[in-house]
Write a protein that binds this ligand. Structure first.
Ligand SMILES: Cc1cc2nc3c(=O)[nH]c(=O)nc-3n(C[C@H](O)[C@H](O)[C@H](O)COP(=O)(O)OP(=O)(O)OC[C@H]3O[C@@H](n4cnc5c(N)ncnc54)[C@H](O)[C@@H]3O)c2cc1C
Length: 400
């Protein structure tokens, strides 16, 4: 019996993975997992692909039990000096080590947009991040068949959900600030192919800001900065995410970590952060955050291994580097990525049809994207974060 206690805050991808890794190691540690008040730990990726489109009931997205004490208490704050966790209930507890895995929250629509709050109160403007959001979307879709659904944003969640709703017979419209939506997350080449797909299936307004939203008895009108007026039954805000952390990290900056996922603001305090809440620094690049399920799972495991090492159990896991895959099914095509394309300073098109792109920084391959080439992308994953300039050139020249 070690007598050690570890608190894991957040019961999503990163938190559950951290718990599983701690338990698999075989060290006798008391683990307490914290989830938000009233929330059953669930798989967030099914919010749009399952519940919003009426394919799954909310309870069907629940994660399987993992055999540790799970307390449904929102953590309000942490005192890093003594690793004391302050709960919503007014109680507090101290631990020998903490892993913060509280994920992200949706970036809201700018509050300067005229009519935003009326549309929100009428239930015709929503984010799509939680099960509550998904139920709101599902219920509104049921009132209009087909429904006119406007997506404010053009990232992966917007693209994937627009595709699902188009398939279900609804009329979707994508409204994006960027002239090439998704380019910052997946690179120009893949974003261009996805944009062609969107244009083929539904209306798209690019390079446009929303100025106002007018709420009528049975629909809304979204007014764009070129005075275009787009009518819809529902608008879904999909402007990406911000980290969601308890105090003292409640600002938009998230929790900065070192390359072992130890929090930088409380060095040597055995407090770690993983998943959508963690802010990393890549050598030679600025700070970055990744909000994909498999990467959050990898980070949770990595943070747990660092924690065990810091407590004298197990090897140093080395530096965390993003190498997990992600994918999205969009208008019948499958986008697959690995690593974090935003870390790259240039790209190499390995193959143009089907598309496979290497994202590079200096001599290193740091990420990959491709369309309908899941196996090819996976083949390259083991070579991420290492110098592969010549291999990429060979592949480009068709010699591999
Ligand atoms: C609609 C949608 C679809 C997505 N689809 C995909 C996909 O297809 N593929 C993919 O790779 N990624 C997808 N993602 C992203 C993926 O879900 C996230 O990257 C992943 O869930 C991040 O894992 P996490 O553990 O950091 O956060 P989460 O899985 O969100 O878990 C965080 C947990 O912490 C809890 N929590 C937060 N604050 C507190 C607190 N103060 N106290 C206690 N508990 C707290 C939350 O309630 C939540 O349960 C999608 C996201 C959305 C919104």
């Amino acid at each position: 019996m070690t007598g050690l206690t570890v608190g894991v805050i957040g019961a999503g991808a990163a938190g559950v993975s951290a718990v599983k890794t701690l338990r698999a190691h075989g060290v006798d540690i008391d683990i307490e997992l914290f989830a938000r008040n009233g929330e059953t730990p669930h798989n967030r990726t099914l919010v749009n692909k399952g519940v919003a489109i009426g394919l799954l009931e909310p309870h069907q997205t629940n994660l399987p039990p993992i055999g540790v004490q799970t307390s449904a208490y929102t953590v309000r704050g942490i005192d890093p000096r003594i690793r004391r966790v302050h709960l919503d209930s007014g109680n507090n507890r101290a631990f020998d080590a903490l892993i913060v895995a509280t994920g992200s929250r949706p970036r809201p629509l700018d509050d300067t947009i005229v009519g935003r709050d009326q549309a929100l109160s009428a239930g015709r403007l929503t984010t799509l991040h939680s099960l509550t959001d998904a139920i709101r979307v599902r219920d509104l879709l049921a009132t209009a068949d087909p429904a006119r659904v406007l997506f404010l944003g053009g990232g992966l969640v917007a693209s994937e959900t627009a595709s699902l709703l188009t398939d279900a017979g609804h009329n979707t419209v994508l409204i994006a600030r960027s002239a090439l939506p998704g380019a910052s997350a997946i690179g120009d080449d893949a974003a261009r192919q996805l944009l062609d797909l969107h244009r083929h299936h539904h209306a798209v307004h690019l390079g446009r800001d929303v100025c106002a939203i007018r709420t009528h008895a049975d629909h809304i009108t979204v007014v764009l900065d070129d005075d275009t007026k787009v009518e819809g039954d529902l608008a879904i805000v999909a402007h990406g995410t911000l980290p969601a952390a308890p105090a003292p990290w409640t600002g938009p900056g998230g929790i900065a970590v070192d390359n072992r996922l130890r929090t930088l603001s409380a060095p040597d305090q055995r407090i770690y952060a993983a998943g959508g809440v963690a802010v990393h620094h890549y050598p030679g690049r600025s700070s970055y955050r990744i909000d994909h399920w498999d990467d959050a799972t990898a980070q949770g495991a990595h943070a747990a291994k660092t924690l065990l090492h810091d407590l004298g159990h197990g090897d140093d896991p080395g530096a965390y580097l993003p190498a997990s895959t992600f994918s999205a099914r969009i208008h019948g095509r499958t986008l697959t990525g690995a690593g974090h394309p935003a870390l790259a300073s240039y790209t190499r098109v390995i193959s143009s049809e089907p598309l496979v792109v290497g994202h590079c920084l200096g001599d290193d391959l740091v990420a990959l994207t491709g369309i309908d080439v899941t196996a090819a992308v996976r083949q390259w994953v083991s070579r991420l974060h290492a110098a592969h300039r010549s291999e990429l050139s060979d592949a480009q020249a068709g010699r591999r």
